[in-house]
Design a protein around this ligand. Sequence first.
Ligand code: EPZ
Length: 434
Amino acid sequence: MNKSVIVNKSCALKGNIEVSGAKNSILPIICASLLTDDVVELSNVPDLNDVHVLIGILEDLGKRSMFEKDKLTLYPTDELNINIPIFISETASKIRYSILILGALLAKGHEVSLPLPGGCSFSERPIDIHLEGLRKLGATIEEHPNKIIAKSDRLKGAHIKLRFPSVGATENLVIASTLAQGVTIIENAAREPEIEDLINFLNSLGAKIEIEEPGKIKIIGVESLIKKQSIKHKIIPDRIEAATFIILGAIAAEDFITIKKMNVTHNLAFLNLLQKIGVKFEIINNSTLKVYKSTNLIGTKIETDIYPSIATDIQPLLAVLLTQAKGESTIIDSIYPSRFQYIKYLNLMGANIQYLDSSEGIKIIGETKLYGHKVLSTDLRGGAAVLLAGILAENTTIIENSYQIFRGYSDLENKLLGLNVRLGNSSDKILQMI
Ligand code: EPZ
């Protein structure tokens, strides 16, 4: 579905927009469902391309599923023969989080051949922290140019200190150690809300996992998960989608828009930053926030960091906001120092953003008028950034490679139309731009 998105200037947005379940929560939880023989009923599940790719891979492993509206039911896998190696299809190389299938299958004592994971290409995405932790749990892992072959008898609990609090590696090791023999301690673990959601899901299956203190997780391995009728779990709201819509309201609302079904406590650092920049908003309750068209924005220095600091995934969206602020701003991304491919296209639209270097990040000159242009969605959040810019810019913007955006934002077109965003039709004038 690599169609282009056409968006016209829309600066009188009003109404409500609902946040869906978190992409970065549903993906690890789908992988973790491989551990149980129970029926798993997930709700508030976002309808995203990456979710379909992942459940497709699990179908190859015999795990049937049913996905209707925001309900995803995962059925028990026909017993996979422990003596036959499992070959995961090349599809797995389309998404980053196929790597978490490894933790789940090793936890069950399988031998696995897994293509190297894919995902957004804004940076090198190594998996050394995943593999180092799995080896500490007793897995033997061969690294090949484009695949990994791994196997284990029963994994054994270990004391693992991550060299960096990798979100995915933390999730992979929590999943892998759930059925290990003995106790696993993960230190310098990631602290994102999606980790807690995964742990709550696993504990509902009968796992014994505890966050002893922020960044330290204790997993008491169990022989098997307790058989129950069925497991029901609601996915937490997507905090990055919420941040995207809040910025949209700040730049393009007629007066205000209302964000619903979010989780305010998962966005506290972001909301504090918005106050500093001069964005006007009102917290109605923990799941509802009103954001007002904000004009007297102040240029700001921003540095992303691990949770609960400003998330790297939000920095492309903040860059669009800061093109409208008074004075200069800078953004340093300490997680992915070169995650700035999208500025080329914002500059094509009239922004004045300079990439300094990986340690200084980018400098944004404020109060720049944006104009529609033909641009490219460089990756998921870079695509969201040019979409926000297109809504703000004069005339019409055509965004190519737009499937990237739909990887992380479910039902996006309907949500935007609900706010009066003028998604375009390909009139002749526009087609001449393509
Ligand atoms: C998760 O990716 C998110 N994806 C990303 O969101 C997010 O940007 C990232 O965490 C950081 O918050 C999902 O949850 C599906 P990491 P992940 O392992 O787990 C380095 C989006 O836009 N690293 O925490 O892959 C890595 O290079 C996506 O929704 C290693 O060096 O991120 C990076 O610099 C994009 N070795 C840093 O750690 C490893 O083995 C953080 O990566 C693993 C990671």
